[in-house]
Design a protein around this ligand. Structure first.
Ligand SMILES: CSCCC(=O)C(=O)COP(=O)(O)O
Ligand code: ZN
Length: 211
């Protein structure tokens, strides 16, 4: 099996799992996986598709600038430049972006602070932090409609082979050394968001009832 087919299957499997979680509302989300290092090429989702569907036109191969590396009628994701930043600045092998209600709520609650932190949760170990008092810091950037500007802001936080950035009222972009790691990190962040949102709702509601 060629590397391209192997990587296609790997990304398709991740896409299917994220679809099962219902993380691709209204065609949102984009995914990519590195195929070659020299020259850099990666598979990225085609723009505007329903990512819950599995088709032979789900992905296309792009180069280090995010341009199609082969003749195709498909358009790379509108947010391909963010994936370009990940692969040109790090050794990451996979990059995942989803819009969920929970990640949008968290990004709005903490957007002015420019970051959200989490601590005291066992799931933090999935992010590679094993100390009991570990603190996860997740940057939140402004959602700029001009993608080159958004990519430039995003790039400030792309310094390691694994990481994540929340885009305010837009979604999260997570990257890791391979598809397994990127998906694990994404699931850990979404767990933290969902827990935090539910806890805030319950504690605010009970404070309201007891007053
Ligand atoms: C429909 S949501 C707006 C675009 C977006 O943020 C997204 O993640 C999907 O865009 P793409 O071009 O990758 O389909
Ligand atoms: Zn998006």
């Amino acid at each position: 099996m060629s590397v391209l087919i192997k990587k296609w299957e790997e990304l398709a499997a991740v896409k299917e799992e994220l679809a099962q979680r219902d993380w691709f509302f209204a065609t949102s989300g984009n995914l990519s996986i590195k195929v070659t290092n020299d020259p850099l090429t990666f598979l990225v989702t085609a723009s505007g598709k329903d990512k819950r569907k599995r088709t032979s036109e789900d992905f296309l191969l792009v180069d280090a600038f995010g341009n199609p590396a082969e003749q195709t009628h498909l358009k790379p994701s509108a947010e391909t430049l963010l994936h370009v930043e990940v692969y040109t600045k790090t050794n990451a092998g996979c990059c995942l972006h989803v819009h969920t209600i929970d990640n949008n709520v968290i990004s709005e609650l903490y957007g002015e602070q420019g970051e959200v932190t989490f601590t005291g949760q066992e799931i933090i170990k999935a992010l590679g932090l094993w100390e009991e008092d570990a603190v996860v810091r997740l940057p939140i950037i402004k959602n700029d409609a001009h993608i080159p500007t958004l990519a430039k802001q995003f790039a400030k936080y792309v310094n390691e082979d694994a990481g994540a950035v929340l885009i305010r009222n837009h979604g999260i972009t997570v990257w890791g050394k391979d598809a397994f790691e990127a998906k694990k990190f994404l699931e850990a962040y979404e767990f933290l968001f969902s827990y935090h949102v539910k806890l805030l709702m319950l504690t605010r509601q009970s404070a309201f009832v007891s007053n």
